[in-house]
Design a protein around this ligand. Structure first.
Ligand code: CTP
Length: 407
């Protein structure tokens, strides 16, 4: 049991899901973990400090002064003596306070003072979850290294339906276990070589103009980071994108599809290759050496295009010893998702395909969230509405399981 002997600092903030912290405490204790709880003022409206104190066998703390009066230990010691800090539920308000480094109560003071890893389980109304301010705060917290579990889609206490429901205590418990499984012993993808393509390509028309697309590189970058965090040696081949510097990866910057193809070949052999790049399908046959000028009649220039190489298809079709044992493609579609995705999986010859609907209005292309239909041969799984970071985590775990069962 990875959790036996581990000490969890559980911060309960003020949401209706606070009552679920009782189940979470029980689950942790059942496998030999200990819990110190901190309740925000809001949390005390939903769950009684006495219940929590009775369950944990320790005072449920709330105020900074509780520390000196009752236990004589400082907030720094309190946060650092824990093996993991879990914020469940994490309301929009506490996430905002964390993202901005506020320290206006015991909970946020501990969060600011800590060097211990933090796992948060967001819980809020769907509109609050989707609000631009919460999106910004989540982005900041992810960059700060906070790990998240959930939120899930479902019925809410307020009567609405959508994303924002706290992950169930069992799911939070699993995320805690996974955290300790990762932090002890060898990492699950230790030494595996992985190539990830990401971002758009840029196909020149003349020295100042090009054809490209709005790919942000967010998904590819998140996948590369999730793999590197699991011990993989990641070569990240990226077109010019906003998200082009995943932590812990070797970064190979390219512009055109031809350059991307060459960089991928040079990065092989690999155990796995993941193609998230939005490669331009066509390039200009002969980009002009000088800037194209308007002629007197204003007639637009005639530009001849040719097809770019399909990098995913050619890597999928490499002979046995040269082909990565796991080749994963993405599909960006604007309708008939499953049909197109199935055709693409067969046409490209990859092992897995993650399809998402990028129709206008979904906000998927360039956005923070997506909805993946995962194809593994004949099987299709709807992963539901998730952040691209959550997709990256799930895919990286799946890849790790694949290699674990293979060896
Ligand atoms: N891909 C690639 N090289 C290309 C085009 C696509 O490696 N020249 C990869 C992408 O990285 C992605 C997958 O192929 O993993 C599917 O990309 P997508 O743009 O959805 O499909 P297309 O091949 O462009 O097909 P279509 O235009 O029919 O949708």
């Amino acid at each position: 049991m990875t959790l036996a002997g581990k000490h969890i600092l559980l911060i309960v903030s003020g949401g209706i899901a606070a009552y679920k912290s009782i189940t979470l405490i029980r689950l942790i204790q059942k496998v030999g973990g200990t819990v110190q709880a901190i309740l925000t003022e809001g949390a005390k409206q939903f769950v009684s400090p006495l219940t929590i104190a009775t369950l944990t066998g320790r005072p449920a703390l709330s105020e900074l002064f509780d520390l000196t009066r009752e236990t004589e230990i400082g907030h720094i010691e309190l946060s650092r003596s824990a093996d993991l800090i879990v914020v469940a539920p994490a309301t929009a308000h506490i996430l905002a306070r964390m993202a901005n480094g506020l320290a206006d109560d015991l909970a946020t003071t501990c969060l600011l003072a800590t060097i211990t890893p933090v796992l948060a389980a967001p819980a809020m109304n769907v509109r609050m979850w989707e609000a631009p301010a919460t999106r910004r705060n989540m982005e900041t917290l992810r960059r700060d290294g906070i790990a998240f579990v959930g939120p899930n889609e479902g019925d809410m206490a307020c009567g609405e339906f959508g994303l924002g429901r706290m992950a169930e205590p069992e799911e939070i418990f699993e995320a805690i276990e996974a955290h300790f499984a990762r932090s002890g012993g060898p990492l699950p993808l230790e030494g595996k070589r992985v190539v990830v393509t990401s971002g758009p390509t840029r196909e020149p028309i003349d020295p100042v103009r090009y054809i490209s697309n709005a790919s942000s590189g967010r998904q590819g970058s998140a996948i590369a980071e999730a793999l590197a965090a699991r011990g993989a040696i990641v070569k990240f081949v990226t077109g010019p994108a906003e998200f082009a510097r995943p932590k812990g990866c070797e970064i190979i910057a390219v512009e055109t599809a031809i350059e991307m193809e060459a960089a991928v070949s040079a990065a092989l052999p690999a155990d796995a290759a993941i193609f998230t790049a939005a490669v331009a399908d066509w390039r200009v046959v002969e980009p002009a050496g000088l800037k194209l000028k308007k002629d007197a009649s204003g007639t637009p220039p005639e530009i001849e295009f040719t097809a770019n190489p399909d990098i995913l298809a050619s890597v999928s079709r490499l002979p046995g010893g040269e082909r990565p044992s796991l080749v994963i493609g993405f599909a960006a579609e604007t309708g008939n998702l499953e049909t197109h995705a199935r055709n693409k999986l067969a046409r490209k010859g990859c092992d897995w395909l993650l399809a998402n609907d990028v129709s206008p209005g979904t906000g998927v292309f360039g956005g923070t969230d997506t909805r993946i239909l995962f194809l593994d041969g004949p099987e299709a799984e709807d992963w539901g509405e998730l952040s691209k970071i959550a997709v990256a985590e799930r895919l990286a775990d799946r890849i790790a399981n694949h290699f674990a069962t293979e060896s």
